[in-house]
Design a protein around this ligand. Structure first.
Ligand SMILES: [Zn+2]
Length: 408
């Protein structure tokens, strides 16, 4: 446990925040600091074919130690942290033998991690927690995943009696800005399937995610003196507002859960002559996803008839539900499930209300379910990770390698 903890603490102290306003890869130069270090470390522990490309994508191999044919599998994590909250000067706190009570993260600023509010904390009584000092995020998303994969590989290297096929490791930049998979060379990775170690609480196993699109609406209006505006003024704000009001009112994030999809207006600004709004469209079902896009198109077309083409709409697909790519190779989920059960974890299988790098990779030809990395409350100051969960994730990785070799 000390190993995983030290490794993790070393990673989180290196600031790797990504930045969506940048067009280069990695989006921030500081991501190289951890990337280069990971390359050295993978070599030090004895991995083969360790490589890093011009975009800071890292790959490495643990060669097979069996004579028979075994599928090549991979484990993937991202080393950037979210732009939503500072990742500079992360100063982790270690809470040994957690007593189940409030954790004071920052006395002066009165920042408290409380089980009253974050009730997941209650299940970790007696465990060792790593938290922030209340001024930064922690970066368990997804440096926990990286620490787990590296430690699992080191364990396999030191325990050649555990039989496994060829294992590939991939670490990516810029996942948090939706670009982790974009420049991932699936052919060079050469795995039959992989797992992202990027889930949250212990037991999570995910192979369903949203179908996702973004929509941008621009309304052009006409400003006229309000006293003399009859029949002349076109108020872009009111038209934009009308479009929102024609969307199904109960299908919004705050009123949906499970596999229920939604429209989410997350940006709205304007004046009489010009209004803009941005929405995201989400649904697990591909057909309902298509219907949602059609509905928005229909609403806008109707307004364009009334307001003489005042409205422009642009819809862009972002990612798709990986389920359709996973179902034909469902044994890869079964192996992960069996691995968890055999190390005493009850798998928590639920649809992701979001996307993962794995969903994009699955559509790029690398089926890629997501497994817990152990952390909670990602992207903010309340982020924490139980060390025991990270230790279990290592066991799961080792077990998946073993089971894959055993079953083929
Ligand atoms: Zn992540």
């Amino acid at each position: 446990m000390q190993d995983i903890m030290n490794r993790f603490l070393n990673y989180v102290k290196i600031d790797t925040q990504s930045d969506s306003s940048s067009n280069i890869t990695p989006s921030t130069a500081k991501q190289w600091n951890l990337a280069n270090r990971l390359v050295d470390e993978l070599r030090e522990i004895g991995m083969s074919d360790v490589s890093i490309d011009e975009n800071a994508y890292i790959m490495a191999t643990l060669p097979s130690n069996v004579d028979h044919e075994v599928p090549t599998i991979g484990f993937i994590s991202h080393f950037d942290t979210s732009p939503d909250f500072s990742g500079t000067n992360v100063n982790p706190k270690i809470i040994n033998n957690y007593d189940g009570k409030d954790i004071i993260l920052h006395e002066e600023l009165d920042i408290i991690l409380s089980p009253e509010y974050f009730d997941d904390l209650k299940q970790y009584e007696g465990k060792t927690l790593i938290t922030t000092d209340g001024t930064t995020l922690l970066g368990a998303d997804d440096k926990a995943g990286i620490a787990e994969i590296v430690t699992a590989m080191e364990y396999l290297i030191n325990h050649p009696e555990i039989k496994h096929g060829e294992i590939r490791v991939g670490f990516t930049p810029d996942e948090e800005i939706g670009r982790g998979a974009h420049k991932f060379d699936v052919d060079a990775f050469g795995a039959d399937w992989a797992y992202t170690m990027d889930g949250s609480q212990i037991g999570e196993l995910e192979y369903e995610n949203f179908n996702a699109a973004s929509a941008k609406i621009i309304v052009k209006g006409k400003s006229v003196h309000p006293g003399y505006a009859k029949g002349k003024m076109v108020n872009a704000l009111l038209i934009a507002n009308k479009i929102i009001s024609l969307l199904p009112q109960s299908e919004v994030p705050e009123k949906t859960e499970g596999r229920e999809g939604f429209f989410h207006v997350h940006h709205f600004k304007g004046e009489i002559e010009h209004a803009e709004m941005e929405l995201i469209i989400r649904d697990h079902s591909k057909s309902r996803f298509e219907e949602r896009k059609k509905l928005l198109n229909k609403i806008v077309s109707e307004q364009n008839v009334i307001y003489k083409n005042a409205v422009q709409l642009e819809i862009k697909d972002q990612y798709y539900n990986m389920k359709e790519k996973i179902e034909p190779v469902f044994h890869i989920v079964e192996i992960a499930k069996e691995a968890m059960e055999s190390v005493g974890i009850t798998p928590i299988i639920k649809p992701i209300r979001g996307g993962t790098d794995g969903s994009q990779l699955s559509f790029m030809g690398l089926p890629c379910p997501n497994i817990f990395a152990g952390g909670h409350n990602f992207h903010g100051k309340y982020e924490y990770v139980p060390v025991e969960s990270m230790a279990k994730a290592i066991e799961v990785i080792v077990k998946i390698c073993e089971l894959t070799a055993h079953k083929s």
